[in-house]
Design a binder for this molecule. Structure first.
Ligand code: ADP
Length: 353
């Protein structure tokens, strides 16, 4: 019999699913420590939840799985339980629930502003739509709403029906909504803490998104009140983190990733944007913001690097013209990359649920 190793124990723990998900506790990053002795195993897990049934179920399933290992006579599973961050201040302990009629909600996040998060969100939504999936795109970035611009929809206002449900506008077959459009002229700068939390919750629940395969949320950059409210109250299929190869962006990407880990939302991968520039004149490649940062960070976070999107004039121009490049030129080199990222995401969420 081969000696017991940490990796055998981890493999065994991969059979334990997080309650309500088909994803396992190892891929959620819950295993914090493994100690091995001759015939005993002790494991420490960390879980952020308000539901006491969750750690109980995980403990029972993990102990059972480990006892199945040959030659083990003693198994001990300890669980550190913490509250999801900011529940007292933010959501009053509201439960995490799905959005009615939506199969998968994917959040697009970044630590730092200006890295191209909205460009990635817009093009991924467009890519899902191009693949024949019913898609919605929600701009939650009230501090710099640019989705409406990228879809040429700045003058369109959503309508409400008789029971005060908001009907999203539709552009190029994609249902769209911008939180900014519901905030009247209140300056985002004065919207803080509980007010933002209330507005976010109301917004997400009052819009009629029913009938979608994918809802893409363009989160504000960083880890503020809006992001926390969303990750704590909406059942997300996962998050995608956008970064540039620059160290300053990577540091912030790490913080964004930690926010999702705390509430057990899987980070489906990293998209490195503005990865390089290919000169149209001589085809020479320039690594304007450095190179390899996204790949290194993805390895560090143990998440896939979903794609490297170049700094590309056509992408910027299409967005400025009001039609994401994936819709304007689906066969173009950058569009192909977005379509391939969308395919990977689709596969990842299908396997996880
Ligand atoms: P964020 O949402 O992170 O603030 P945006 O998506 O609004 O970033 O992008 C910031 C600016 O950079 C926009 O003008 C956008 O057109 C441009 N941009 C983003 N990604 C690219 C890219 N890959 N190539 C060229 N321009 C880009």
């Amino acid at each position: 019999m081969s000696p017991l190793t940490e990796s055998t124990v981890l493999d065994q723990l991969k059979s334990v699913k997080f309650p309500g998900y088909s994803r396992d506790i190892v891929s959620f990053g819950l295993v914090k420590e493994i100690k091995l002795a001759a015939d005993s195993i002790s494991v420490r897990l960390a879980i952020a939840t308000n539901n006491p049934a969750v750690p109980d179920t995980i403990k029972r399933d993990a102990e059972k799985a480990l006892r199945d290992l040959a030659g083990i006579s003693s198994v001990h599973v300890a669980i550190d339980i913490s509250n999801p961050p900011d529940t007292a201040k933010g959501t009053g302990g509201a439960a995490v629930t799905g959005i009615a009629g939506v199969r998968h909600v994917i959040a697009i996040a970044s630590g730092k502003g200006g890295v191209g998060k909205s460009t990635v969100a817009a093009n991924l939504a467009a890519a899902f739509q191009q693949r024949g999936l019913r898609t919605g795109l929600c701009d939650c970035d009230i501090y710099g709403p640019s989705i409406a611009l990228m879809f040429g929809a700045t003058h369109e206002q959503p309508m409400a029906n008789s029971d005060n449900t908001i009907i999203p506008i539709e552009r190029y077959g994609i249902k769209m909504m911008s939180m900014g459009s519901l905030l009247d002229d209140a300056s985002p700068a004065i919207l803080r803490g509980p007010m933002v939390t209330r507005a976010t919750q109301q917004f997400l629940r009052q819009v009629d998104w029913a009938g979608l395969d994918f809802l893409v949320l363009d989160l504000p950059p960083g880890t503020g009140d809006i992001q926390l409210t969303i990750v704590q109250t909406v059942a997300l299929s996962g998050a995608v983190i956008v970064t540039t190869p620059q160290e300053v962006a990577l540091i912030d990407a790490r913080k964004a990733s930690a926010m999702f880990a705390k509430v057990n939302v899987p980070v489906l991968g990293l998209v490195e944007n503005m990865s390089y520039f290919v000169s149209p004149g001589d085809g020479q490649r320039y690594d304007i913001f450095g190179s390899g940062g996204g790949r290194r960070e993805a390895t560090r976070l143990r998440v896939p690097l979903l794609g490297e999107i170049p700094l590309d004039m056509a992408t910027r121009e299409a967005g400025d013209r009001g039609m994401p490049v994936v819709l304007e030129n689906p066969q173009g080199p950058v569009s192909t990359k977005f379509l391939s990222i969308a395919d990977t995401l689709r596969e990842a969420v299908a396997n996880a649920k």
